[in-house]
Write a protein that binds this ligand. Structure first.
Ligand SMILES: N[C@@H](CCC(=O)N[C@@H](CS)C(=O)NCC(=O)O)C(=O)O
Length: 201
């Protein structure tokens, strides 16, 4: 059986969300970063980076949330899977884009909103993140204009991966509704029952 490592209040939520969407059976090992369970020798043998999530599928061990989800989409071909090579490329493109163009900004924003002790938070750094996100969120808004999903069909792994990164935006103070089609698209993504089931794991 598939085994996923990581607590739901972390990037492991992305993988739990994907598995809940797929409706497949899996074992959930609630490895918690907050209690340093990610740094035990046993866990480092699974993911030498000491990060969650990680996925075990028989002899295949994967880490990196986006890669895991793209793997699962391909393994369990269905509505969430890109249906052509071009769409596979687009799903990969959007996943890498979210990780490189959006996530690092949001991590800085989170640090200066909730993660650092209050006296170390710098409101100017948080505000700079909010304004820097104008460019990538404008790109996303243009891509979603006139369509309900990133690949143009049903909700797919591309929507899941990108919206999962954006779940941090409201915490940082980014008003997603300001970005045209991004607002309703984001609400549809996080309104999916599988999103909530994953949060409750
Ligand atoms: N790029 C990785 C990042 C994983 C990551 O940093 N996860 C955090 C939790 S959200 C973690 O495990 N932190 C524990 C630590 O760094 O000790 C991914 O997307 O899977």
């Amino acid at each position: 059986m598939l085994k996923v490592y990581g607590v739901a209040n972390s990037r492991a939520h992305r993988t739990l969300w994907m598995l809940e969407e797929l409706g497949v059976e899996y074992e959930h090992v609630k490895t918690n970063f907050a209690t340093r369970e990610t740094r035990t020798p046993e866990y480092l043998a699974v993911n030498p980076n000491g990060h969650i999530p990680a996925l075990e599928d028989g002899d295949t061990i994967l880490w990196e949330s986006m890669a895991i989800n793209l793997y699962l989409a391909k393994k369990f071909a269905g509505p969430l899977s890109p249906s052509s090579l071009a769409d596979e490329g687009h799903a990969l493109k959007w996943s890498v884009w979210a990780m490189t163009e959006v996530e690092p900004l949001l991590v800085t924003g989170l640090r200066h909103s909730v993660m650092l002790p209050p006296e170390q938070r710098d409101p100017a750094k948080r505000a700079a993140v909010v304004s820097s996100l104008d460019v990538p969120l404008g790109v996303l808004a243009a891509a979603l204009e006139g369509r309900d999903s990133l690949l143009g069909g049903d909700f797919s792994v591309a929507d899941l991966n990108v919206s999962s990164v954006l779940t941090w935006a409201p915490i940082v103070g980014v008003e997603i509704a300001r970005y045209g089609a991004v607002g309703p698209w984001f609400e549809r993504c996080v309104g999916r029952p599988a999103f909530t089931r994953a949060q409750q794991r």
